[in-house]
Design a protein around this ligand. Sequence first.
Ligand SMILES: *Cc1c(COP(=O)(O)O)cnc(C)c1O
Length: 391
Amino acid sequence: MTTNNTYPTRQALQQFDTPYYYYDTELLRQTLAAIKAETASHNNYFVHYAVKANANPKLLKIIKEAGFGIDCVSGGEIQAALDAGFPAESIMFAGVGKADWEIELGLDAGICCFNIESVPEMEIINEIAVRKGKTANVCLRINPNVEAHTHANIMTGLSENKFGIAMTDMIDVIKRIEQLEQIHFLGLHFHIGSQILKMDDFLRLCDRINELQDYLEENGYKAEIIDVGGGLGVDYDAPEENPIPAFNAYFDVYRKNLKLREGQQLHFELGRAVVAQCGSLITKVLFVKENGNKKFVIVDAGMTELIRPALYGAHHKIVNLTSTETAETYDVVGPICESSDVFDKDIPLAKTKRGDLIAIKTAGAYGETMASCYNCRKLPNGYTTEDIMSV
Ligand SMILES: *Cc1c(COP(=O)(O)O)cnc(C)c1O
């Protein structure tokens, strides 16, 4: 069984100044093991952790030790990956706007692959590679025009989104690559969105990739690797019941529907599904106030620590770790001077008072990495189970 239902004792949690992130490393290890169990028997499957979900060095170390590769979307992330000890050959570098210094860093480090999104980008990578006397492996990020059933702000695979190269341009772009001396065409890359819970969306991606591979081969080209991106969602409503995402169903879609060619590698880039459930934002109640018939719990964390509710209208399960009294209905809000600084409205919470510790669950992905200093606040610390035990 997993440990996600349990938190360290109140005394242990109170050692640190709030707000902070608490990471259950046992659950992270179990999650990594669950992914390994699905992929271990396929020696052509490679999973790259998408570091933008959480770049905490303590988590990166655990993920690296479990043998995962890494997916980066910036030079800073490449540096974080290298600092955490990920081999350069395990780094995929995506992103619609790569700066020259980021391309140089990738080439100097000798990363596995640049996932490229436009012809001008490819030409600049070639120019820099020629100057350095290096060769850049590239995958073309193809926009497969597959709709992912998720929030519009995290849907990336429709032709109206800014990401990728249109399917109809694919062959022309590969022909252009052939003219670029220091670019090697490695394969095709896709990423249709995030927090996807309908396996049918991934199924449609498989169908589209199958069509594209046929089309590629009709034109005399072959992909050495297919990279299907990430996007598997997690259960924000019932993290206790589903602490580990549906990896079996997810990998099954690809195993059963994607027609890989002889010797072809299949790469995945999972972010949220790896780290979301192991993280909680721990915050302290500053005040409980009543306005008319509303009760507000005002906590010391805000959208500066966890922006997802304000940015996407995301829901996170919220629990009071220090009260066992009968539940009442509250709005849980932060201290930031923005009306959208609300974690949730009209939710049941054990009767709450000043000083209580609150956990905002499933906050391990796109939490700490999206924190800001707005209102001149300090960035939150992240502590693991080991940190808490060792104090
Ligand atoms: C964000 C991102 C991912 C990871 O997405 P998740 O939904 O967190 O799994 C993978 N690949 C690319 C290119 C991304 O931008």
